[in-house]
Unconditional design. Structure first.
Length: 129
């Protein structure tokens, strides 16, 4: 609030402060803020689905191995493919889950870095004004 007295202009402490921002600086900040939205990738959901696949395959293998041992010889030949499938699902699911969590971590780090750049740019613009 501005109070006028005869011969003096007094600006109160609660007056809003303004500072100039060049259009170029504003566009740069806006582009970085928009890149935060575009970069959003969610690999952790896929990785957790792979963890579910691995756990399910482990439990299936725990149940299947005793049942496989009790099968007659013809049943063993017909169902011999189930054990390798469970093992392949466990190994590939574990590798895929690890890659998904790693990718999610990388994208989270890049988002934090971009947010830190935006904050530092905003501070630099404010200090230069």
């Amino acid at each position: 609030m501005v109070a006028l007295t005869p011969g003096a202009l007094i600006i109160s402490e609660t007056a809003e402060r303004y500072f100039p921002v060049r259009i170029k600086d504003w566009e740069r900040l806006r582009a970085k803020a928009e890149s935060l939205q575009k970069k959003r990738r969610e690999f952790s959901g896929f990785a957790w689905a792979m963890v579910g696949l691995v756990v399910t395959s482990i439990f299936a293998l725990m149940v299947w191995l005793p049942a496989y041992a009790a099968l007659p010889m013809t049943g063993e030949f017909e169902n011999a493919w189930l054990t390798p499938v469970c093992v392949i699902a466990i190994v590939s699911g574990s590798i895929t889950a690890a890659g998904g969590f790693w990718g999610s971590h990388l994208f989270a780090d890049s988002e934090r870095a971009t947010a830190a750049e935006i904050v530092s740019d905003m501070d630099a613009i404010f200090q230069s004004a």
